[in-house]
Design a binder for this molecule. Structure first.
Ligand SMILES: [Zn+2]
Ligand SMILES: [Zn+2]
Length: 283
């Protein structure tokens, strides 16, 4: 068990740093889909989130998660304890179930105004690239999404091996989904029948709320297709961010860290259309 504990606490950070270096380099040498805005500044502000997260998530929350799951396992709590199945099937189903629970947590975070205050930090990025993966409010990740893993483990009877596998699979997926590289539309029509493609997650970052409130799944877009939240639009037409966060000062780490405690009115699809029509008239 000690191996898994240290894996969750330390090794995942090495994996994340390595992935960041790989994707940052790819974005430098390959053709990007969108143009960058003040890239070095953008990177520094997003990295600051990861530094805070390192201390809070990996040094504190990983311990809470490990203790909770070990206790659940010792008491054999959860559905999988009632069914006999081979290890591989347990792992595949386990990862799929964590993904489904996270899907619902994510969907609720868009729907409940108090939770949206924290989650909008991730959506505020007007220039989505590999570093956007880091931009998430620490309180949201710890007290909200951190809890989703423990809840999934309690419902389905998952162990630390399944959770470790889930982290290992999602680490590169999160970078792929945010990276500013070009992905062909045929990928969406094939792989995208089951899995969330980078283009599909970018639609989730579109500033029009009609699209922001769609494509919630991290691994399996199947959940969105099944629960009626799948939406699609061509990648070239996407405009990132939230209109209410477009101001330069609202893109800084400190401002975003404080932003859940400030009243920032959400601009919905109708209001956005009116604002866009106003800009066009003035042109
Ligand atoms: Zn979201
Ligand atoms: Zn995202």
């Amino acid at each position: 068990m000690d191996t898994i504990n240290s894996f969750l606490a330390i090794n995942l950070n090495y994996i994340i740093i390595t992935l960041m270096v790989i994707f940052y380099t790819l974005e430098l040498v390959l053709n990007t889909q969108f143009s960058f805005k003040k890239r070095p500044r953008h990177l520094v502000h997003n990295l600051l989130f990861q530094i805070v997260l390192f201390f809070l998530v990996y040094l504190f929350w990983a311990t809470v998660t490990v203790f909770s799951i070990e206790w659940l396992n010792k008491n054999e709590i959860g559905l999988f304890y009632m069914i006999n199945m081979p290890l591989w099937l347990k792992l595949v189903l386990g990862v799929a179930m964590i993904d489904m629970v996270t899907y619902w947590f994510h969907r609720v975070a868009h729907r409940v105004p108090f939770l949206w205050r924290f989650h909008r930090v991730h959506h505020s990025d007007t220039s989505v690239d590999a570093s956007t993966n880091f931009r998430a409010h620490p309180l949201e990740l710890i007290f909200w999404f951190g809890t989703s893993n423990i809840i999934a483990a309690a419902i389905f009877g998952l162990d630390l091996l399944t959770l470790g596998l889930y982290f290992l699979i999602t680490a590169p997926i999160f970078f792929l989904e945010h990276t500013n590289l070009r992905f062909p539309a045929w990928l969406d029509k094939t792989v995208g029948l089951v899995f969330t493609t980078p283009n599909m997650h970018k639609i989730h970052h579109e500033q029009d709320q009609y699209y922001t409130d769609s494509n919630y799944a991290d691994i399996f877009i199947l959940w969105d297709r099944l629960f009626g939240t799948f939406k699609y639009k061509p990648i070239q037409e996407i405009k990132f961010g939230l209109r209410e966060f477009e101001d330069e000062k609202k893109q800084s780490f400190w401002w975003l860290l404080k932003s859940p405690f400030m009243n920032v009115k959400r601009i919905d699809s109708e209001q956005l259309k009116k604002m866009d029509m106003g800009t066009k008239k003035n042109e």
